[in-house]
Design a binder for this molecule. Structure first.
Ligand code: DX5
Ligand code: ZN
Length: 218
């Protein structure tokens, strides 16, 4: 599987988003991760479709939009129109799963489901054939800068054993150490916020994440 790095803008400078995204482009990332929180599904409020629309104007990179909201089905059209490429919603949300997947597809976006730490891999297995990606949360969703939960590794292994051709994304606490563990378990798409934006430079951070992911995978 191709290794893809998806920097989470949540840890970037919101007053300079264009510049932060240009740094990611120069570093050779594969996509940009946008965390949407509604203060209801998770205890934090971040950004919505208008910001996704603004980001769309300044980059051609795929926008990997992670909806941590209670009613994703009601907002799929908004985010698709704003320019999302991949739309991830939570299995634990209040929207019907298959209907939400179908809606994302009908808006010409790639559907992806995320599972929180307490949700078993088995819950998403019935939908895998209609998904482009599955996102395994390796922290409780809501905030950046949390510690990677190593007890999520068996869940990643279980999903990779069941499906070889699908992207498996990990999100939460991914850094130069934990990225290789996640890669060894079968993940190939790596979200990183703090590790990319809060360290010693975006280019170095992305290079290191890619190298360590590759080393873990083989
Ligand atoms: C957490 C978000 C993550 C977060 C990751 O709920 O989904 O994308 O920004 O941040 P780090 O990499 O700092 O754990
Ligand atoms: Zn996220």
């Amino acid at each position: 599987m191709e290794i893809k790095i998806s920097p989470s803008l949540l840890a970037s400078d919101f007053a300079n988003l264009e510049n932060e995204i240009k740094k990611c482009e120069a570093a050779g990332v594969e996509m940009i991760h946008v965390d949407v929180m509604d203060g209801h599904f998770v205890p934090n409020i971040t950004i919505g479709a208008p910001v996704v629309k603004a980001i769309r104007r300044v980059t051609k990179l795929p926008l990997d939009v992670h909806l941590m909201i209670s009613h994703p089905l009601d907002y799929i059209e908004d985010f698709a129109r704003a320019g999302a490429d991949i739309i991830t919603f939570h299995y634990e949300s209040k929207s019907p799963v298959q209907e939400t997947i179908d809606k994302i597809k009908s808006c010409y976006c790639k559907p992806s489901i995320s599972i929180k730490p307490a949700t078993a891999a088995e819950k998403v297995l019935p939908y895998m054939d209609s998904l482009s990606m599955v996102l395994v949360m390796t922290v409780e969703p809501g905030f950046g800068g949390q510690k990677f939960m190593a007890d999520m590794l068996p869940k990643i292994r279980r999903l990779r054993a069941a499906f070889q051709g699908i992207d498996i994304e990990v999100d939460g606490g991914i850094d130069s150490d934990t990225v290789s563990q996640a890669a060894a378990a079968g993940a190939n798409v790596f979200v990183a916020g703090s590790a990319v934006f809060a360290g010693g430079g975006v280019a170095n951070a992305v290079k290191e994440l890619k190298e360590k992911a590759k080393a873990g995978m083989f």
